[in-house]
Design a protein around this ligand. Sequence first.
Ligand SMILES: [Ca+2]
Length: 320
Amino acid sequence: MKRGTKTFIEIGSAAIVALAVGGVAGFQIKPAEEIKIAKADQIITLPEAIVETADGEITVISAPVVESVDGNQLNECPEGEQECGLGTYVYAPTSTLEEFYNYTIGKCWNVDGAYGSQCWDLAALHWMNYTENGRVFSTCGTGAAKGAWNCKEYNAGTEYDLVYEAVNVKKGAFVITGSGQYGHVCEALSDYQDGYVDCLGTNQGGGSCEGGGAAANVIRLSLKSFVGAFMPKTYIQPEPTPEPPIPITGCIEWGVQRGDTMSKIMLECENTVVYGEPMNAYAKTWFSRIVKPGQSVYDGWNSPSGVGLYAGDWIDHITK
Ligand SMILES: [Ca+2]
């Protein structure tokens, strides 16, 4: 899995440390042409950010940072319809987060036929396509997105896991925030990052929609009013299995001779040769003493010369 990279983004004289979107492969987060957030307490518009990913790619992200969103207008449902219409069935692919994102981004969604494209609509669209019985996302009779947590077991069913702590929000989860009268729901496109999450949602500042609300867009949303989240079970990424550590045995130094390689040293010292990440990790524990004092073999590999081992050098094995 890719990791976010720390990026500094200048806004006027203030520098904001933002975490870049982690694991955005498959997403194209388009710059929002017009940033206007309904009912947001505070809006900071980010200019385009140049982001180095773990693959060395450059991704351009422009997402407004939003401290809170109040979904608004869910409590005036047509008479006798507790969930604002319960909705006509509307198709959207939900087998992967990427599919759902690509299908919904930039469009207005009005599942219930009421009040245009409210935040509830995008969640309901997912629910009616993802759940076995085609149920919609319920506000538990409150008419407010933040009320959805009141009957969280019903909403979760067998298809979603409940997430109780903001720090545990992962990419793909439907996040409920509680600020304002109605709160908000949107779908995380990143894992939790320093109190924020990149979130796909309707009625959070995207283009205007007929009847009200706004088209699906991406914002970087504060989780300070986090209520809970629903994680589609099939979107859960397996935890990366840690590489088994290389046993560190006797060698504390090595006199480098012409033709020596890291794999030869690993074999002699550790009685094993493992390439890939373990080899990189091992090369980070050997440091030049004479030719490039303090430089690790790994850093030598990644230096302009590409040379990690110098004949005639002594290298020290420092593992702590
Ligand atoms: Ca609607």
